[in-house]
Design a protein around this ligand. Structure first.
Ligand code: NAI
Length: 280
């Protein structure tokens, strides 16, 4: 994988803009979304991130200018062409599959990766024209900070793809673990209890501030409720619901009515400036 290669990220929300911020430091990077306003905001935030890296002396002036030149935005999904395409749109099968139909047709030789947190890579791979070049690449939030990425392979993912993705991850300075396509992969399966048990405790009447402060005071960098606001209530709820179904309705993975109410009222966390906490 050399720096002549290009990367496209589809979905300019919480994760897409963060992944694009990393990629544009090394590659020509196309950031796509079907919402123009989200795209424009994402470009502004990416430029701010690049400036911040420069002010902290992590990149030179020439790297700063190259990174800004490297980032291109588009809402024409059918025109996207890149060597590596990372999909980071909403967490549901129908939307992702519909998108792959458009993108894979125009990019028969590209590697296509999904940032899904909980959907089956095997199931998604069935709808890609070339499943041998398809895998999950699960970044953590915020992608600019969190070191780990899970490279999730399905039966048809070939060695070439694994090697190319590992090289790509090492260029953007991530630590990669290869994991199986099992429910929640590694981290989301293990970490689910952090959210579900905290929500259960709140349902029993405990104050969310108390729970968050307690968790921080025993060493977690962020309490569960602040973290759910950062992730996005809609995404976190969709992931828990998906895992609950995949685990044959195992009670400890049960989603919470408290979170469902936030989603129904559009209080999605930081991205809507209101969730468990307010962000005005
Ligand atoms: P988000 O809701 O912040 O952003 C999704 C973006 O996709 C929006 O800007 C939306 O306009 C765009 N979009 C939706 N449908 C589209 C389509 N058909 N074509 C083009 N653009 C479309 O979601 P977020 O949080 O960035 O999550 C994206 C993916 O990343 C999901 O699969 C999620 O499970 C995964 N993920 C999320 C994490 C988080 O902490 N939020 C962490 C790791 C993975």
């Amino acid at each position: 994988m050399d720096s002549e290669k290009s990367v496209a990220i589809i979905g300019a929300g919480t994760m897409g803009k963060s992944i694009a911020s990393l990629c544009c430091l090394h590659f020509t990077t196309i950031l796509a979304d079907n919402n123009k306003e989200i795209l424009d905001n994402a470009r502004t935030e990416i430029h701010k991130y690049i400036d911040h890296q420069y002010h902290k002396e992590r990149i030179t002036e020439s790297q700063k200018n190259t990174a800004k030149y490297n980032i291109k935005i588009t809402d024409s999904l059918a025109k996207i062409k890149a060597d590596i395409i990372i999909e980071a749109i909403k967490e549901d099968y129908e939307s992702k599959i519909a998108l792959y139909k458009i993108v894979a047709t125009h990019n028969p030789d590209s590697i296509i990766l999904t940032n899904t947190s909980s959907l089956s890579i095997t199931k998604l791979g069935k709808f890609i024209l070339h499943p041998q070049r398809f895998a999950g690449l699960h970044f953590f939030n915020p992608a600019t900070v969190m070191k780990l990425v899970e490279l999730v392979i399905q039966d048809k993912t070939n060695e070439y793809t694994i090697k190319q993705v590992q090289e790509f991850c090492s260029i953007i300075k991530k630590t990669t673990i290869i994991c199986k396509d099992s429910s929640g992969f590694v981290v989301n399966r293990v970490a689910r209890a952090y959210y579900t048990e905290s929500l259960q405790s709140a349902a029993l009447g405990e104050q969310i501030q108390n729970i968050d402060e307690s968790l921080q005071n025993i060493g977690f960098p962020m309490g569960a409720f602040r973290l759910m606001d950062l992730i996005g209530q809609d995404i976190n709820f969709a992931v828990t619901t998906s895992l609950f179904e995949q685990m044959f309705f195992e009670p400890r993975f049960r989603p919470s009515i408290i979170q469902q109410k936030l989603v129904d009222s559009g209080k999605l966390g930081r991205k809507t400036k209101s969730g468990f906490y307010n962000y005005d």
